[in-house]
Design a protein around this ligand. Structure first.
Ligand SMILES: Cc1cc2nc3c(=O)[nH]c(=O)nc-3n(C[C@H](O)[C@H](O)[C@H](O)COP(=O)(O)OP(=O)(O)OC[C@H]3O[C@@H](n4cnc5c(N)ncnc54)[C@H](O)[C@@H]3O)c2cc1C
Length: 343
């Protein structure tokens, strides 16, 4: 039987990242006893969270140098934790901090790595699933080599919640973080989006705005300013995350009137992202296959389109409202404002 290590950095405040609690659920499906390896400047709050988790061991690599994400120090700490645990399967959340070091750690351990894991099954030996070719083909993989490092995609598993209970004693793993590992320093952060942050991976709803928002409407005129007000008003009131279609993203490059808060990072689809919100609402978007392929993991789908024969009508949405999205969102925003405490 495999022995399993959940490997994760801690947040700045020392707690477990949400993606790590999801990866913990994944680790539980691997079939073996689960130990946890934590690294960061502070790990105490995370060990407290794990008290009722029923883990076999808690190993910590704690050092001030691990406050900043950096390949040299993170990889050294992660490798030390994996070695100390003796685990044959290492499950880790695909946070950018972990994704950067995971292949190097697997190499140092003489193991193998698979990324974008969305399922684990332990019946008849460990097998993992991941998607290929922009989420069109699902493959089930097994490996004989150990240790096997598995990076779990955020949003693929429910986040584990831990009750109270007795935790095993914390094992401090000594790490040697010499100056040669600390040459890179984080000087600051620059966000790629202009203005308002519209991408919210933890939101319950994905709101997609398609190119129709900038097209000529019934009066023969485009109404991009009104479209911006309605979309931003809805995002602020609902906390939804904003997605878009390639057509709308591309318009900026073609000098057309666009919604200024849209960037290519919002694009969903074959050449965009594949977000994992539980629900999606598409507006003014035709629902063509290269776009809808990015909705693979959106479980409940609704769309608003003037065209009853749009792509969403062909089995791609659970509900299609054949309506003017300007009118619909105006009404929705008014209802949200009225429902707000004090509204
Ligand atoms: C190789 C390749 C890769 C691609 N990758 C992607 C990708 O990653 N993501 C992606 O999105 N696309 C991608 N595409 C493009 C894709 O095929 C479509 O062209 C694109 O998704 C269309 O965007 P749209 O639906 O927003 O715009 P349109 O096709 O212009 O549709 C606009 C829609 O708005 C509706 N509308 C207009 N006004 C209103 C109103 N007032 N109320 C309600 N509805 C209204 C119209 O009825 C229409 O259906 C790719 C294409 C190729 C060839």
């Amino acid at each position: 039987m495999d022995t399993v290590l959940l490997l994760t950095p801690t947040e700045q405040d020392g707690t477990l990242p949400r993606a790590a609690r999801e990866a913990f659920s994944a680790a539980g499906a691997a079939g073996g006893p689960v130990a946890v390896g934590l690294f960061g400047a502070s790990t105490g709050p995370a060990t407290g969270q794990l008290a009722g988790a029923g883990v076999t061991r808690i190993l910590c690599a704690e050092d001030e140098a691990l406050a900043e994400p950096r390949y040299g120090t993170d990889a050294a700490a992660a490798t030390a934790l994996c070695r100390a645990s003796g685990a044959t399967v290492i499950v880790a959340p695909a946070l950018s901090r972990v994704a950067r070091i995971a292949a190097g750690v697997a190499h140092r351990l003489g193991g193998r790595i698979d990324t974008h894991v969305t399922q684990l099954a332990s019946d008849g030996g460990l097998a993992v699933s991941r998607w290929y070719y922009r989420q069109r083909i699902e493959a089930r993989l097994t490996r004989t080599q150990r240790p096997w490092v598995l990076l779990v995609d955020p949003g693929a598993f429910p986040a584990a919640s831990f009750g109270s209970g007795a935790a095993p004693g914390v094992e401090r793993v000594p790490i040697d973080l010499g100056p040669e590992l600390k040459r890179s320093r984080v000087l600051g952060q620059r966000a790629p989006t202009s203005g308002e942050q519209t991408i919210r991976p933890d939101a319950k709803l994905l709101f997609v705005a398609g190119a129709g928002w900038t097209k000529k409407q019934a009066d023969g005129q485009p109404h991009a300013e009104r479209a911006s007000e309605l979309i931003l008003g809805f995002l602020r009131a609902s906390g939804a995350s904003l997605g878009t279609s390639k057509s709308l993203t591309d318009q900026a490059g073609e000098g057309q009137k666009v919604l200024e808060f849209m960037t290519h990072l919002n694009q969903v689809g074959q050449t965009g992202s594949t977000p994992r919100h539980p629900r999606g609402l598409s507006t003014c978007c035709h629902g063509e296959e290269p776009h809808v392929v990015g909705w693979r993991f959106i479980r409940e789908r609704r769309a608003v389109n003037l065209d009853p024969a749009c792509g969403w009508a062909r089995g791609k949405a659970d509900v299609l409202y054949v309506a003017d999205a300007f009118a619909v969102m105006e009404k929705v925003n008014a209802l949200l404002a009225a429902a707000k405490p004090g509204g």
